[in-house]
Design a protein around this ligand. Structure first.
Ligand code: PLP
Length: 453
């Protein structure tokens, strides 16, 4: 590595001059300079000044087994030496995507046993969109092509991903979304429940919005409903337990496919391998990426249910879709090793039975009471803190998001990396966090809140 030959200032200058960052205001970035992260170990990341920061976001919701895993580096190295690349087009395959597909079929919910690979969550959602429309066309119903999604949903940043997502600011810059995608209300009780409405009833009402959209279009025009089991980038919005089973019931009633985007929730985040299992539903597709390799390699896997796969196979004909790196042998080797580590260390069980409940309790007991906090919520190791001006009226600070950014900056200065989205602070740490790490994080959050007050 040659970066050591450069000073931090030089790296920042070169970065500002030549590097366009994702989701970044470059004018602001040029003024402030990037925080340059140079190395990491276990739950900690280190910046170019050598400052140690506890990573409360697992990178970008992905480094589930934590940093510095030699086994993953060794798996990549061994695979690169043996076969760095070959494609799975034109009736070829390589061993690691074959074995990974078998493993994913074992871990996935019942009836979801086929896998289509890409390199990112966005690509996997493009695949999912094309696949469900192709499915209905093969079934002789090409007009059944509308997709129902949710406001504030995030499904990636490609044109299809942005169109599926319900982020207004992203749509504004799109210059024309993929047609036939409609967005319904999100299941976010803190802001949308009516006075006196129970969580259960709110969940049913939010699900009813899906049924209304199906009826408005006509069931013969609706291909699928897509949603994140827990909305991630939109603010860790956890639906009431009544929501998903009801959505599934509605989808079955009108023969609408159920697509889950588990790019964040997949691979243990909610205390099961997939959040479909946490919420007790059986989707037709599951989009996964990120923690599949714990972020050590770019890889996504669209898990495809038996019904779609059977039509694809039985009706035959080529599905004109795929990526050069679909089933990349090195990325799949790393994924296999990553899943092996997760199983060996019992990380998913640990989230379900130990760290997840402890995290929920710690947020409730140590953070929820703070004057700036309107609500805390969590599921598994995924949590949110709502920043408010007034706990009772839920009034927010103006301009929107400003107070959350202040808390975030104080938290980083205290040695905890977390994220602010709108007025919501988000946590999604590596699954290797222990009770002690949770204690450390909560102390830093409490201090950041005090400093922001
Ligand atoms: N879907 C969800 C739920 C996500 O959170 C993300 C990214 O954060 C994506 C899709 C897009 O994944 P990628 O950034 O790998 O394209």
């Amino acid at each position: 590595m040659t970066y050591q030959n450069y000073s931090l200032k030089q790296l920042q200058q070169i970065d500002a001059a030549h590097h366009l960052h994702p989701f970044t205001d470059h004018k602001e970035l040029r003024e402030a300079g990037s925080r340059i992260i140079t190395h990491a170990n276990g739950p900690f990341i280190y910046d170019a000044d050598g400052t140690e920061i506890l990573d409360g976001m697992a990178g970008l919701w992905c480094v589930n087994v934590g940093y510095g895993r030699d086994e993953l580096a060794e798996a990549a190295y061994a695979q690169m030496k043996e076969l760095p690349y070959y494609n799975s087009f034109f009736k070829c395959s390589t061993p690691t995507p074959v074995l990974l597909s078998k493993k994913l079929a074992e871990l996935a919910p019942k009836g979801v046993a086929q896998v289509f690979y890409g390199s990112s969550g966005s690509e996997a959602n493009d695949t999912a969109l094309r696949l469900v429309r192709h499915f209905w066309a093969l079934e002789g119903k090409p007009e059944k092509n509308r997709i129902i999604s949710r406001k504030m949903g995030y499904h990636g940043s490609t044109i299809a991903g942005t169109s599926l997502g319900g982020m207004d600011l992203m749509h504004k810059q799109l210059g024309g979304a993929v047609p036939n995608i409609v967005h319904v209300m999100m299941p976010y009780a803190y802001e949308l429940a009516l006075p006196g409405e129970s969580d259960h009833d709110f969940g049913l009402r939010a699900a009813k919005a899906v049924e209304d959209a199906i009826l408005e279009a006509g069931a013969d025009k609706v291909a699928a409903f897509i949603g994140e089991p827990v909305m991630g980038a939109g603010g860790v919005k956890i639906p009431p337990m009544s929501y998903w089973p009801e959505v599934q019931c509605i989808c079955r009633k009108y023969d609408v496919l159920l697509m889950l985007d588990e790019v964040i929730t997949g691979y243990g985040r909610t205390g099961e391998w997939f959040a479909a299992q946490t919420f007790g539903i059986e989707p037709d597709t599951i989009t996964t990426a990120k923690a599949l390799t714990s972020g050590y390699q770019p890889l996504s896997a669209l898990l495809v249910g038996d019904r779609i796969a059977a039509t694809l196979v039985e009706k035959g004909g080529e599905f004109y879709h795929g990526y050069t790196y679909s089933g990349h042998p090195v990325a799949c080797a790393v994924a296999l090793k990553n899943l092996e580590i997760m199983e060996r260390e019992g990380l998913v069980d640990r989230v379900k039975n130990d760290t997840g409940p402890y995290f929920a309790q710690a947020l409730q007991e140590r953070i929820a009471g703070h004057d700036l906090v309107g609500e805390v919520r969590s599921i598994g190791l995924m949590g949110a803190i709502e920043i408010v001006k007034d706990k009772v009226t839920k009034e927010r600070f103006l301009p929107a998001g400003s107070a959350a950014v202040t808390v975030r900056d104080h938290a980083i200065a205290q040695g905890l990396m977390l994220r602010a989205t709108g007025d919501t602070m988000i946590l999604s740490p590596p699954l290797i966090w222990t009770r002690e790490t949770i204690d450390m994080a909560c102390a830093r959050i409490a201090k950041a809140l005090d400093l922001a007050q």
